[in-house]
Design a protein around this ligand. Structure first.
Ligand SMILES: Cc1ncc(COP(=O)(O)O)c(C=O)c1O
Length: 471
């Protein structure tokens, strides 16, 4: 059985784990002890800045709930040898069982279609290298904004470029949702790419979406997959936030739950432990594909991207503990995600900062565009610098290749007191901007008033001159 620790920093995780081992306190006691807020915000801010230099609200790490296990160092001799490069069979079997249950696949997923690598980032590198030619003309379509690191991932081995399908922040008659993705938009982007001589080989679909938090319905995903099928494109579906869905009004449908995947041979589904298990450091990502050629090619690349044998065993043990995962860890994780999201959303509402109200992921996509002097990426960078100067690190829309400046991603998966500090600082920056605006208006008005007086005085003088010449 695993124990849960809520923590906000690695120091606290260690502290709590050591305390748990030494006092034998129950996991619920640990949960209770760690929950709670501090009132002395300024003291905390000083402490945070002194220790970390900056408040991180940019990296999608989850500090709400983390797993520790007392038998971490258990070793079996067989695990010390070269493994199957696709991942040990026992782990692929456990992942297949786990995903069959959580994706609600109509038939059990097969271990032979599963590849395990050291993170989804590596899977993006490897899959792009397998699907595309390294001639500099191959590209992969991706709706933007998107999780920006994918750009470097797909470029690494074969120089594959991403071709953006820009999604607009403005709503229109045909688009009721900001940043709405549709099959038509994919079609238009593909047409544009063809005209530019770009050879599109695949499309990346992220669901739940980072940074939008959007969850696409089964119908929407089917229409995107049909688009891919029509054009014989591979669909790389990233479902790394699959179990981090906390909004009651939202439900997630994996493409692996579809009765019929439009082109199963060209559909490859990614998932990993970094997000849903808050275990970004263990580096475990998986891809499920019925395409034998792809699986075999990934097997060849696997020796650069393998996961250490003992770790594979630990992950398999974790996934096996169905009762604990389903009854304790996953519901508790969702509850904490929801609570943290609600807190940040409420604060943004109080500040009058618009944001996308969605129910998945570790972040809120918020619109700070009204605080830009001009709607440009240069001004966005100024605002980003302003946040950094005040020790809060957020990610701005440029980092996600977004076409609308002024949107920022705020990561909320941290303890409430850190969120309080972060939001306090955002509020501080926001107040400074308002004061600045007010002062510049006053100065502007004052200078207008002076100008008026001067003109008045001047015109009086001119009139005096005129009248003196008249009379
Ligand atoms: C949408 C998405 N895909 C993939 C990754 C990378 O996952 P991993 O840690 O497994 O490499 C991230 C990390 O933030 C992500 O947000």
């Amino acid at each position: 059985m695993f124990t849960i620790c809520i923590e906000c920093s690695l120091f606290e995780l260690l502290h709590e784990t050591v305390r748990h081992i030494s006092t034998g306190s129950s996991s619920s006691q640990i949960l209770d002890n760690c929950v709670g807020t501090e009132s002395c915000i300024l003291h905390d801010l000083q402490e945070m800045v002194a220790v970390y230099g900056v408040l991180h609200m940019a990296l999608t790490l989850c500090f709400l709930l983390q797993l520790t296990q007392p038998d971490m160092l258990l070793m079996e001799p067989s695990l010390l040898q070269y493994p199957d490069w696709k991942g040990h069979c026992f782990l692929r079997e456990e992942v297949a069982k786990f995903l069959s249950e959580h994706c609600r696949s109509p038939v059990p997923l097969k271990a032979e279609n599963m590849v395990v690598m050291n993170g989804c980032g590596s899977i993006f590198c490897a899959v792009a290298a397998v699907l595309c030619d390294p001639d500099g003309k191959n590209a992969i379509l991706i709706p933007s904004p998107f999780y920006g690191v994918i750009t470097e991932d797909v470029d690494l081995y074969s120089g594959v470029k991403l071709y953006c399908v820009p999604l607009d922040s403005e709503v229109s008659e045909s688009d009721a949702r900001p940043f709405h993705l549709s099959a038509e938009k994919l079609e238009h982007a593909l047409e544009r790419a063809k005209k530019e001589g770009v050879n599109v080989r695949a499309v990346i679909l992220v669901n739940p979406h980072n940074p939008l938090g959007e969850i696409y319905t089964a119908e929407e995903m089917t229409s995107f997959l049909n688009f891919a099928k029509r054009h014989e494109l591979h669909a790389i579906v990233d479902e790394v936030y699959m179990l981090s869905v906390f909004g009651e009004d939202f439900s997630f449908h994996s493409v692996l739950s579809l009765e019929r995947i439009p082109d199963a041979q060209r559909t490859h589904v990614l998932w990993g432990l970094s997000k849903d298990f808050a275990m970004a450091g263990v580096r475990v990502g998986t891809v499920y594909s019925e395409n034998r050629d792809l699986v075999q090619a990934l097997d060849k690349l696997g020796n650069f991207h393998g996961v250490a044998g003992p770790l594979q065993r630990q992950v398999a043990q974790l996934l096996k503990d169905k009762e604990w995962l389903n009854e304790v860890f996953l519901p508790e994780n969702r509850r904490r995600l929801k609570k943290a999201h609600q807190y940040v959303a409420a604060q943004l509402t109080k500040l009058g900062i618009p944001y996308l109200h969605r129910g998945a992921g570790f972040f809120i996509w918020a619109d700070f565009s009204k605080y830009l002097k001009e709607q440009t990426f240069v001004e966005e960078l100024c605002l980003w610098r302003c946040f950094v100067k005040h020790r809060v690190l957020l990610s701005c829309s440029q980092a996600f290749s977004c076409s609308s400046p002024g949107w920022f991603r705020i990561v909320f998966t941290d303890q409430q007191r850190h969120l309080q500090l972060g939001l306090f600082t955002i509020c501080l920056v926001y107040t400074c901007i308002l004061i600045n605006c007010f002062l510049s208006q006053v100065i502007n008005n004052t200078s207008k008033y002076c100008k008026f007086l001067f003109q008045f005085y001047f015109s009086c003088g001119t009139m005096k001159n005129c009248t003196s010449t008249l009379f």
